[in-house]
Design a protein around this ligand. Structure first.
Ligand SMILES: Cc1cc2nc3c(=O)[nH]c(=O)nc-3n(C[C@H](O)[C@H](O)[C@H](O)COP(=O)(O)OP(=O)(O)OC[C@H]3O[C@@H](n4cnc5c(N)ncnc54)[C@H](O)[C@@H]3O)c2cc1C
Length: 301
């Protein structure tokens, strides 16, 4: 007979799952344990059962992650299989779950005439990733619109937190340690002039300026105050620079492309060279926007 705890449907953890299958750069070694829970109840039970000493890494669509070639010693929790929910709460507020694609949030909100949400169409990740990064595009930024968030902690406890409990900056979010986003309540102004055509226009402009058909992680470096990382990289003569299968884009210098089976080590080496070249040319120390995690090749146990 099943006990109440056994009624939660549990999908098996994958062992040694190659993370290159889950990142937009198409690089990354294996995760010791890889979970893709299909419900919050399953997620809670996974977190509660994982030994406290096991490091946990959260994964949305992997569009801002450089996972090293040796992979992850610990557990990866992918939000992609969680229910993708979007609910209209009232005239101006919606609640979106962490695994929902930002594009879907944008499209649905535009249909609801909540035009300021349109910028989410430019972010090829999940709502959870956008909350973690304070992702922004086309002049809009995620946390400008956050009212509150639902968080889950390392033991599987769930709580609601108001925006005021987070310190928000350009592509940075500081909040309670060891908690992750399950959902957010967003508030958008009513704007009936927004349309799917406006989204299409934004994406067409972006397509013209960025190398979108090739594996990348979007902008590698954060823009320094009052300047653009891409401009500084171009000025340092780094466009087209190549290490192994990784190359600085000719079209947009802040993109590093995986053009020919690059390894994470190729990309990391190219990042270091670009940063050194910019420091030599302009004296600016570029900071990473992408998050680098995992062990180098040979670092596996
Ligand atoms: C072609 C391209 C264009 C891009 N353009 C833009 C752009 O215009 N603006 C922009 O801001 N970004 C851009 N990005 C980067 C990226 O899409 C964003 O940073 C996005 O928010 C990452 O979402 P994700 O779901 O892929 O997160 P992931 O890459 O999977 O994770 C990113 C970080 O968020 C954390 N995270 C993910 N989910 C959760 C969760 N539920 N709770 C807590 N932490 C979590 C991860 O642990 C990790 O630290 C671009 C990327 C690409 C490939």
């Amino acid at each position: 007979m099943n006990s109440a705890a056994n009624e939660i449907v549990r999908t098996e953890a994958l062992h040694h799952e190659p993370l290159r299958k889950h990142t937009s750069w198409r690089v990354g070694g294996p995760a010791d344990l890889f979970y893709a829970p299909a419900s919050n109840a399953e997620l809670k039970s996974i977190l509660a059962e994982l030994p406290a000493a096991t490091p946990v890494y959260w994964l949305g669509l992997g569009s801002n992650l450089l996972v090293r070639d040796g992979g992850i010693r610990g557990a990866v929790i992918a939000t992609g299989a969680l229910p993708r929910e979007l609910e209209r709460l009232d005239e101006r507020r919606v609640r979106a779950s962490a695994g929902l694609a930002c594009m879907l949030l944008a499209k649905r909100c535009v249909r609801w005439q909540l035009g300021p949400a349109a910028f989410f169409a430019g972010i090829p990740g999940t709502v959870g990733g956008a909350l973690a990064m304070n992702a922004g595009a086309f002049g809009g930024e995620t946390w400008t619109h956050v009212d509150s968030v639902t968080m889950i902690d390392r033991r599987g406890e769930i709580r609601e937190r108001p925006r005021a409990e987070f310190e928000i900056g350009y592509r940075t979010v500081r909040g309670p340690a060891n908690e992750w986003f399950l959902s957010a309540t967003f508030r958008f102004d009513h704007d009936a002039s927004s349309s799917m055509d406006a989204i299409k226009d934004m994406l067409a402009r972006r397509n013209a300026a960025q190398p979108l058909g090739v594996a990348s992680c979007g902008s590698v470096f954060r823009n320094p105050d009052g300047d653009f990382a891409g401009r500084l990289i171009e000025e340092a003569g780094q466009k087209g620079r190549r290490i192994g299968g990784a190359m600085v884009s000719d079209k947009h210098a802040n993109f590093i492309l995986n053009i020919d089976d690059a390894t994470a080590a190729d990309i990391e080496a190219l990042i270091a060279e670009v940063r050194a070249a910019v420091a030599r040319t302009s004296g600016v120390e570029l900071e990473l926007e992408v998050r680098v995690i995992g062990e180098p090749a040979g670092g596996t146990t």
